[in-house]
Design a protein around this ligand. Structure first.
Ligand code: PAF
Length: 280
């Protein structure tokens, strides 16, 4: 595996790949790699000849008072995990390599970025869209792989790629869960053993919502069921429990409903989602 730290190193290391016409699969990450990230690498490996992974904690997507400083950074372990998984090029740039000092340009995808996560984390999706677009420009991948765990992020990136005619295919990959249902997230590292148990409530809430929908309930009832589960555990501060359309994050059709939840558990702010498909 080759490691690039600067734009020019990355360009040099991808020259051969581009010259030989081999297709590039890109897995953007903020590091602290877990089995969810590694499943993205496997998908990229299966579908593309060359796999590039970026490991970059992007300051633009953290608001004031959020966990930019505390976000787990494990460069050495990440590089080893990426190599073992078959990544060809790891890109670990500094902030200045990605965001030139004084940068004023940013990407706003509109309403989709201002609801739910966007409401609780103003500016977050502009930060995500801006860094992802910048990384796309640097890597020029054929396909890019994102986890469905961050469903609204995935929708924002798909929208950006469509609206700006970016020549990249976006591949959404299934959420990887622990046995008890907790979705893997780098932020799970913040949880104590007690908080880790409490965090299972997110998946329990989603399952309650799904059960209600499959029994034929209206989305409002499913939202109510999720909210009561989510807010029933001491030490868990529920933020939202909603049923939305998976592409627009507006009111869903009866057939395809994305259930989304967010809650604070101790120092961690966790999100999760479940897609429910119904006949008729
Ligand atoms: O999902 C993430 O880890 C980040 O939001 C991403 C897509 C790498 C952009 O910084």
């Amino acid at each position: 595996m080759r490691v690039a730290h600067s734009r020019s190193e990355l360009r040099t290391q991808l020259l051969d790949t581009r010259g030989s016409g081999s297709d590039i699969g890109f897995v953007p990450t903020m590091g602290a790699l877990h089995a969810g990230h590694l499943s993205l690498v496997r998908a990229a490996r299966d579908q593309c000849e060359t796999v590039v992974m970026s490991i970059f904690v992007n300051p633009l997507q953290f608001g004031p008072g959020e966990d930019f400083g505390a976000y787990p950074r494990r460069e050495q372990d990440d590089v080893e995990a990426a190599e073992a998984q078959g990544v060809d090029v790891a890109f670990l740039p500094s902030v200045e390599e990605v965001h030139p000092p004084g940068r004023t340009t940013s990407i706003d995808v509109g309403e989709l970025a201002s609801v739910l996560e966007g409401e609780f984390r103003p500016g977050h999706f502009a930060g995500v869209a801006t860094v992802v677009m910048t990384l796309f420009d640097l890597v020029q991948p054929d396909k890019a792989f994102f986890g469905q765990k961050d469903a609204q992020q995935l929708a924002v990136i798909r929208r950006m790629v469509r609206d700006l005619a970016v020549p990249v295919e976006i591949v959404g990959c299934p959420t990887v869960r622990e046995e008890d249902g907790l979705a893997l997230s780098s932020r799970n590292a913040y949880l104590s053993a007690t908080e880790r148990k409490r965090a299972m409530v997110l998946f329990r809430a989603l399952t309650a919502g799904k059960d209600r929908l499959l029994e034929g309930a209206e989305v409002e009832e499913a939202e109510g069921a999720m909210w009561s589960v989510l807010s029933s555990v001491d030490g868990v501060q529920a933020e939202y429990a909603r049923a939305v359309d998976p592409d627009t994050f507006r009111a869903p059709s009866r057939e395809r409903v994305l259930l989304v939840v967010a809650a604070r558990v101790g120092p961690a702010r966790l999100i999760d989602n479940l897609l429910v498909e119904r006949d008729e």
